[in-house]
Design a binder for this molecule. Sequence first.
Ligand code: NAD
Length: 296
Amino acid sequence: MSAEIIDGRKVAELIRNSVREDVEQWVEKGNRPPFLQVILVGDDPASIVYTGTKSKACKEVGIDSNTMVLQDTISAIELKQIIQDFNQDDSVDGILVQTPLPSHLSKYDVIETIDYRKDVDGFHPMNVGRLSLDQPCFRSCTPAGVMELFKHYSIPVKSKHAVVVGASDIVGSPMAVMLSRENTTGKATTTICNKYTRDLTAHTINADILIVAAGQPHLIKPEMVKEGAVVIDVGINRIADETTEKGYKLVGDVDFEGVKKKASWITPVPGGVGPMTVAMLMKNTLLAAKKSLYPG
Ligand code: NAD
């Protein structure tokens, strides 16, 4: 058996195309294009790449964006004042603060400063809380992207046993909430594992749907996976590889070659969940501009 490959690049492109068409219609009706304000604190190389990818994606779908680059010495008070100014600015629809932040800044404190109606990352406690309550909200882009993949490929989730490996604020926890709530795409029986889980295999082996977001290269081996499982690999890890020009390659948290022989569906890394995250951000920014979630 060899798993069907879930093509995140293709699905993300479909989503971006649909956002582009919606943006065009929105502008044709006399509205200004949606606007995403990105804030980058410091010069973390990965964050520079991520913010660059986001601004390129905005351009492709007709969303205007700006990246404000701030010194990593900025104080919490100064940063929060800048965010508050963007909160007040009616020409700004979405605000995104790229993480990680320098250690003197609390990400919770900073994110809580963003107006939840502009929190297109879905990290503000209001959006996290509403997600838990199964209420309309901005949903964290990576897990929302995974749910879109299930929808696109008509992979059933309802009543399945879903196991999420990883319990972070931005991926694992909201993923488990989306899977377990009794909304249109959830309704799964969900187990969530973290680094303190004693016997990981005892859980993963029972998963009909296994979602891995641990940041541990090749953590999941074939013997940990049930025959016929759907395996979603969220992990993106750089490992040294002298045969490549850059000297490294990207691998997921799943031993793709081994696990694909047992799974029914599997996402590759790269080209699986990654492109979905940015596509969902575009979708959220359009929702923010239209005030679809929070009309008031
Ligand atoms: P994180 O470090 O914040 O959280 C990792 C989680 O995994 C923690 O809850 C930890 O307890 C758990 N964990 C670690 N080792 C484990 C183990 N051996 N068994 C069980 N649980 C374990 O990471 P994150 O931000 O959630 O990201 C996870 C991975 O997903 C990273 O590789 C990251 O690069 C990737 N990521 C990808 C996307 C995307 O768009 N595809 C987006 C965000 C993160």
